[in-house]
Design a protein around this ligand. Structure first.
Ligand SMILES: Cc1ncc(COP(=O)(O)O)c(C=O)c1O
Length: 370
């Protein structure tokens, strides 16, 4: 028998040893138990404030009896519905276990040790971590006044650059890319790389001057659009997202995709959610009411609030965010301290229901003033 105290003989590369895993949050019930609190509210993960659509729930319940079957590995109906909605062909769509998996596919296909991926800081942390996990070189550039600095990004491109990640709106700032800036940016870029426009929050955007990734992709083969059902569609727990890209790029991604990466309930729920226009509209309206409410109240508390086009706000609270986060947690209000994003005085608040937003403001007021 193998002796337990004997070391194993495998080599883990240094870039993996250096990688800090994405910090998982504890289940709400555990936090309540640990902190002795009740009725905690979670405004930390940019989830849908209204929950899943009733159409999706019904479709999922009806599909439970077929769970002994494998999922449709081609995602036939979901891709077909998306293709109709977006005016593209099914071959230009790749489905993923959340849009996170599309990020993973892109990195697995295009990044290997020695190749570079450009992203911004602060921005969605997963780009950075997955590039590092693949042994790629992260070129991380600061935002300029809370926006992606496209000029700086363009000048950082080298012959080794393969991917540029731009989330629009950006998480955690909620800021968007102006289409004029993007057009100028695209013109200067070479053709040995892909520009990945991550539109996880695009359904919330009101400003008309921003880029539409799918339209850009129709004109330019280098553009990849990523979308998700986790935010405006309220299906984060099902894990379903998609990428829209040139057919050739899609075929490369299909090579690394597991045959049944998007489960049956996720596919069926997503198709039904696309039909639930009312739920989408209610969600977006409620988010904007919440943004306006939170912005007004937070500014009255003396905080600086970034103008957001997503379902969260980034707030400069002018003091240590970790301490404030801990104190709010003890009150049963869970927000996100932005320390890991290099913003030690900022918290990010996901827009909640009206009563949750009120509670959040009351809690922050108490914490900042005691
Ligand atoms: C910018 C951005 N992209 C992608 C995702 C991941 O979404 P999904 O749940 O589809 O994996 C998130 C989730 O928070 C995000 O903020």
């Amino acid at each position: 028998m193998f002796n337990k105290s004997k070391p194993l003989f495998f080599e883990v590369p240094q870039y993996l040893l250096d990688l800090i895993p994405y910090p998982p949050g504890k289940p709400l019930e555990e936090l309540e138990r640990e902190y002795g609190i009740k009725n905690a509210i979670k405004l930390a993960s940019n989830e849908n404030l209204l929950g899943p659509s009733s159409k999706a729930r019904e479709a999922i319940s009806n599909a439970v009896s077929s769970l002994h079957r494998y999922p449709d590995g081609s995602g036939y109906y979901l891709k077909g519905k998306l293709a109709d909605m977006l005016g593209i062909s099914s071959e230009e769509i790749v489905l993923g276990n959340g849009s996170n998996e599309l990020i993973d596919f892109l990195i697995r296909v295009f990044i290997r040790p020695g190749y570079e991926a450009i992203s911004s800081n602060p921005s969605f942390l997963v780009y950075y971590k997955m590039v590092q996990a693949a042994g790629g070189i992260n070129v991380v550039l600061p935002l300029s006044d809370y926006h992606h600095d496209l000029e700086n990004i363009a000048s950082a491109v080298t012959p080794k650059t393969r991917l540029i990640f731009l989330d629009n709106p950006n998480n955690p700032t909620g800021t968007i890319i102006h289409h004029k800036d993007f057009d100028a940016f695209l013109k200067d870029l070479p053709d040995h790389l892909l520009i990945v426009l991550d539109e996880a929050y695009i359904e919330f955007v009101k400003a008309e001057h921003t880029i539409k990734a799918v339209e850009c992709m129709k004109l330019d083969k280098r553009v990849v659009a990523l979308r998700t059902f986790s935010k405006a569609y309220g299906l984060a727990g099902l894990r379903v997202g998609y990428g829209v890209m040139d057919k050739e790029v899609a075929q490369y991604l299909e090579r690394v995709r597991q045959p049944f990466n998007v489960n049956t309930l996720a596919q069926i729920g997503a198709v039904a959610a696309l039909d639930d226009h009312q739920h989408l509209k209610k969600t977006v309206d409620a988010v904007w009411q919440g943004i306006n409410f939170l912005t007004e109240k937070l500014e009255k508390l003396g905080c600086r609030v970034m103008p957001s086009e997503a379902n969260f706000v980034l707030v400069d609270i002018g003091t240590n965010a970790e301490t404030v986060y801990e104190k709010m947690l003890r009150e049963g209000v869970i927000v996100r301290a932005m320390t890991a994003y290099g913003l030690p005085n900022h918290i990010r608040i996901t827009v909640g229901l009206p009563e949750e937003n009120i509670r959040c403001i009351e809690s922050l007021n108490k914490v900042l003033n005691t």
